[in-house]
Design a protein around this ligand. Structure first.
Ligand code: KG4
Ligand code: ZN
Length: 337
């Protein structure tokens, strides 16, 4: 028997992602992005997100199956994000997936969104196996996870306030760079000189935890002062300095965990791992220390259905099927899995 054929559905935030995956092979992965619908509000509006998922879910599922050349009755399981995320958004994909599995009389698996991000590197790196230190950084979470084995996760540290992606988004909005802020800062920073100002790196005394809300305050203060004295530096320089401050702490703390655990494999997941400077710095540091680094390609760092299918395969094989009466949960935690 080969690997099972899994349909993965992701609707926890503002992307409707559906994928068909067999083993490590992505047969199809499609995405309907709501960026334009939210851009005019400067952030994700939960009600707008849920409605957009309702419109997109059926066509996306249809498209994924067609692109994969698969009929729904060939599926061995349907997997969908159960949480954490926006409740209304989660319910759309989760209920759709449940109804599909029910009708097809095939197993259903509800997946922790962050476990999905943990599995994303596996889709492109056959040799990615625990034990590993994984940096998860997205719009809602920033965590350093010691993956002892699949299914056994020790969260070594996390943000005590804003997530890294949230910091990118809020600061970019203040700078007038638009939404989502991470890609906007990444693009602007290419032409920037980060040395014009050194923004603070918080929580130096805690090896694995993050704090990003103070960074936002110092950027606001810096720009307001600069404006008052008519000396606003070029925005690309400010973007580069902001990016450097966020990347510095993410890299430092990830490798603090590598050092303390002696683990020789590092990986990453979540939208912030699409950041070009973060990817380059992680690679430099991994090379310097001679540890393996497994980063998903940028499209698999941001939310997608393939990572949910990959985690779904693991849960299916473990027999962790989700009972029909279990609902979505906006506050699922990796450490509780
Ligand atoms: O994992 P993800 O797609 O959704 C959540 O689970 O939150 O992450 C989205 C976050 C957003 O905050 C976005 O600004 C950030 O990832 N992001 C980036 C980049 N691409 C997306 N941050 C920095 N640089 C990027 N290139
Ligand atoms: Zn995510």
């Amino acid at each position: 028997m080969g690997s099972p054929l899994i349909l993965g559905i992701e609707t926890s935030c503002d992307e409707t992602g559906v994928a068909v995956v067999r083993g490590h092979e992505i047969l199809a992965s499609v995405l309907s992005s709501q960026v334009d619908a939210h851009a005019r509000f400067g952030g994700v509006v939960p009600e707008v997100a849920a409605r957009a998922h309702v419109e997109a879910i059926r066509p996306m599922a249809h498209l994924a199956l067609r692109q994969a050349g698969v009929h729904s009755d060939q599926l061995d399981a349907v997997a969908a994000t159960r949480g954490p995320g926006l409740v209304g958004a989660l319910m759309v994909g989760y209920s759709f997936a449940k109804a599909m599995a029910w009708t097809l009389e095939t197993p259903f698996v509800g997946i922790d969104h962050m476990e999905g991000h943990l599995f994303a590197p596996r889709l492109e790196h056959n040799d990615f196996e625990p034990p590993a230190i994984v940096l998860l950084a997205s719009g809602g979470h920033s965590q350093i996870v010691h993956v002892r084995s699949w299914g056994t996760y020790e969260v070594l540290g996390a943000t005590i306030d804003d997530a890294a992606g949230e910091a990118f988004d809020k600061i970019a909005r203040f700078m007038g760079l638009g939404f989502p802020g991470g890609p906007a800062i990444d693009r602007a920073a290419v032409a920037g000189d980060p040395s014009i100002v050194k923004f603070p790196r918080a929580l130096r005394d805690r090896p694995y935890d993050f704090s990003f809300s103070g960074l936002k305050t110092s950027v606001v203060t810096f720009l307001e002062k600069a404006k008052a004295s008519n000396a606003v530096p070029p925005l690309p320089d400010v973007a580069a300095a902001v990016q450097e401050a966020i990347v510095d702490v993410l890299v430092d703390k990830t490798f603090n965990a590598v050092e303390a655990t002696g683990v020789e494999r590092v990986a990453g997941g979540g939208g912030v791992l699409a950041n070009s400077r973060l990817r380059a710095r992680l690679q430099e540091e991994a090379d310097r220390r001679g540890v393996a680094l497994h980063l998903p390609s940028p499209a698999l760092c941001t939310d997608n259905g393939a990572m949910i299918a990959a985690a779904g395969e693991f849960r299916l094989e473990r027999g962790d099927l989700t009972p029909w009466d279990i609902d979505v949960s906006s506050s699922l935690r990796l450490a509780d899995l």
